[in-house]
Design a protein around this ligand. Structure first.
Ligand SMILES: Nc1ncnc2c1ncn2[C@@H]1O[C@H](COP(=O)(O)OS(=O)(=O)O)[C@@H](OP(=O)(O)O)[C@H]1O
Ligand SMILES: [Mg+2]
Ligand SMILES: [Mg+2]
Ligand SMILES: [Mg+2]
Length: 332
């Protein structure tokens, strides 16, 4: 239901469906609608008090002049609930705003918290490119479950892109539970298969992922790191945690993310992706080699950036990162 919601809205997006947040990033009726749906379904299924840390809130939707967009979100949510048929309800605008606001939890190191990015890679979503719906569960500050839906990701490896594979089908669901491995299932519901990260040991044979948006990650720094490693192929730039999904099935071997100075990472941008990759045999650390700490609330306080690869390549990657950061540091 939530996945077809994103795809349907992406196809029929109106100019008025896209708003700008105070941090100047875009938010759409799909981001709000997806958050309302996931929050509603979790509450229905869990039959209990639950805690949700999610990206969006209803502040802007409660302002004067926002009535029209709230009604549009409510209609999209109700259309999705009706077409799915699992829940025989019609939500009011206030129900939708309340569902969105259930995502106000701060998370932390105690208890269980769901972590949601209702549309990750909103800019990619708007371009018609990659985006993901990312849901994770924290227990005692550790990620224990992750689900990553990537409605526009090809079922076959991105390595084959452009080679006119007869199978152009898209839509992948990745899921992982701690200790249970990572699985990928086509969104058409056919059976799931276990996936593994790339086994490449020679960095010259490794390809790497990075953000599509240069504003989200320093492409010049990744390029220097890749050069030091001897990586031969150009970077694969795609939006969202689809990068983690693609990496978990070995489409590439490395993911480099170096936000510009001053940006603080949020847990919903990495929690699901992190467990999907680690359960597939990968390693996710900050630029100093420390694991990501999801127990500190909404933010992830990482040293400089986030790097992901397999266990064999990580020591080489960490060295290349350290050398590159030293080279790029302004001399005092
Ligand atoms: N300035 C800056 N630096 C780093 N990261 C930022 C920045 N601004 C936003 N964001 C967050 O990036 C999320 C999307 O990351 P991506 O890796 O998908 O970026 S990209 O679209 O591939 O360029 C994106 O997630 P969504 O908002 O869910 O789309 C943001 O949380
Ligand atoms: Mg956003
Ligand atoms: Mg995001
Ligand atoms: Mg988002």
């Amino acid at each position: 239901m939530i996945l077809s919601f994103g795809l349907n809205v992406q196809k029929a997006l109106l100019q008025s469906d896209v708003q700008s947040k105070t941090d100047k990033t875009p938010v759409t009726v799909a981001d709000y609608g997806s958050q309302a749906l996931v929050s509603f379904v979790l509450q229905q299924e869990l039959h209990a008090e639950f805690s949700l840390v999610a990206e969006e809130d209803s502040k802007d939707l409660r302002k004067d002049g926002a009535q029209e967009i709230v009604e549009r979100i409510t209609k999209l949510v109700n259309d999705s609930l009706t077409s799915d048929g699992s829940y025989n309800v019609t939500l009011s605008t206030e129900d939708v705003l309340t569902a969105i606001d259930s995502g106000i939890s701060e998370g932390g190191c105690q208890g269980r918290h769901w972590v949601l990015d209702p549309i990750d890679g909103t800019k990619g979503f708007l371009r018609g490119d990659q985006y993901a719906i990312a849901l994770a569960l924290l227990d005692g500050g550790k990620v224990v479950l992750g689900v990553l839906a990537c409605p526009n990701l090809p079922l076959t490896s991105l390595k084959d892109a452009g080679q006119h594979s007869p199978n152009n089908e898209v839509g992948c669901l990745f899921f992982a539970e701690v200790g249970g491995g990572t699985y990928m299932q086509p969104l058409d519901g056919s059976s799931a298969a276990k996936v593994q990260v790339s086994a490449v040991e020679n960095p010259e044979e490794a390809s790497f992922f990075e953000s599509y948006e240069a504003a989200h990650s320093m492409h010049d720094l990744s390029s220097l790191i890749a050069q030091k490693l001897g990586v031969k192929t150009p970077p694969v730039r795609i939006d969202s945690q689809a990068k983690y999904g693609a990496l978990s099935r070995g489409d590439g071997a490395i993911y480099l993310r170096f936000p510009h100075k001053g940006y603080r990472e949020k847990i919903w941008d990495h929690a699901a992706g992190c467990i999907v990759v680690t359960e597939a045999g990968g390693v996710v650390t900050d630029a100093a080699g420390q694991p990501l700490d999801f127990s500190k609330g909404k933010h992830l306080d990482v040293d400089t950036g986030i790097i992901v690869t397999n266990q064999k390549l990580m020591p080489l990657l960490l060295n290349a990162v350290k050398e590159s950061l030293k080279e790029k540091a302004p001399s005092s």
